[in-house]
Design a protein around this ligand. Structure first.
Ligand SMILES: Nc1ncnc2c1ncn2[C@@H]1O[C@H](COP(=O)(O)OP(=O)(O)O)[C@@H](O)[C@H]1O
Ligand SMILES: [Mg+2]
Length: 252
């Protein structure tokens, strides 16, 4: 049987929201609508707007409500920032850059920084040789300084969890957090599998803010295993690859 893939971010988010215990890890998310974005900006001041069927960080937009005497809103797509004095003028431009695709709005998380650049985490979870879900790798992605996404294909740099977290947490707390993220990875996979039984691997994008609460930004069902080749510890990628061959993603 082929490995199941699910493209729609909205479908995956609603599948996770069905679980009471998963809800605390999902930032408020809604389909893109004028009144919803207005209300979410009033409440959170910063939101992300992204294509339901996007990848690689393409088309992802950060919108900020400003406390400035002449500008009330700004949004950033790629490296370009645009500022607006009214909600209506901002909304008009925001709708115009979407070119008819379906978009979602998500509460913005203020990501932790390393050398003044934002980073998030990718958690790889796979069926192991026994067909049980196992978290096989956790890696950080440091965003390009001029961008609002951390994706490798948008100029992000993969770095080890330890490199990125050493200035934020003492070592024993890093270990605790890694363990919590591993468990969260397996729970996420199990919950998604109740809706999509043919899944064998997922890659979860997780944001951490200063309070260290993990927020699931999205779940990828065709995660890039080669990202983990960037880690010094070669065993991580070897295991990821071995499991992937095991469930038929790659030929032996
Ligand atoms: N709600 C959010 N808060 C903060 N950063 C976000 C948020 N959503 C997305 N991002 C940033 O944008 C990147 C791309 O968003 P993501 O939802 O993973 O879409 P894609 O499928 O394009 O990777 C994330 O890895 C993260 O760096
Ligand atoms: Mg992503």
């Amino acid at each position: 049987m082929a490995i199941q893939r699910v493209q729609s971010k909205w479908a995956k988010t609603t599948a996770l929201l069905c679980s009471e215990q998963m809800r605390q890890y999902i930032p408020e998310t809604s389909p893109f609508r004028r009144e919803t974005i207005r209300a979410m900006l009033d409440q959170h001041q910063m939101v992300y707007v992204k294509p339901d069927l996007g990848t690689f960080g393409h088309g992802v937009i950060r919108v900020d409500k400003l406390q400035h005497h002449s500008w009330s809103y700004q949004f950033q797509l790629g490296k370009r920032i645009r500022r607006f004095s009214t909600f209506d003028s901002m909304y008009k431009q925001l709708a115009a850059v979407q070119s008819g695709k379906r978009y979602l709005i998500q509460k913005g998380i203020h990501l932790l920084k390393h050398q003044n650049r934002r980073f998030d985490l990718r958690v790889m979870v796979q069926h192991n040789m026994q067909g049980m879900w196992e978290t096989t790798g956790i890696i950080g992605r440091l965003g390009h300084p001029a961008k609002i996404v951390t994706n490798y294909h948008s100029g992000g740099t993969p770095l080890s969890f330890q490199t990125l977290m050493s200035s934020h947490l003492p070592e024993f707390e890093q270990t605790n957090l890694l363990n919590r993220l591993s468990v969260l990875g397996v729970n996420t996979a199990q919950q998604l599998q109740t809706h999509y039984p043919g899944l064998k691997e997922i890659g979860i994008d997780i944001a951490l803010g200063t309070d260290m609460h993990p927020w699931i930004l999205e779940v990828n069902t065709l995660p890039d295993p080669f990202l983990f080749r960037k880690l010094k510890d070669r065993m991580v990628f070897k295991r990821i690859y071995r499991y992937a061959v095991g469930y038929g993603r790659f030929k032996k």
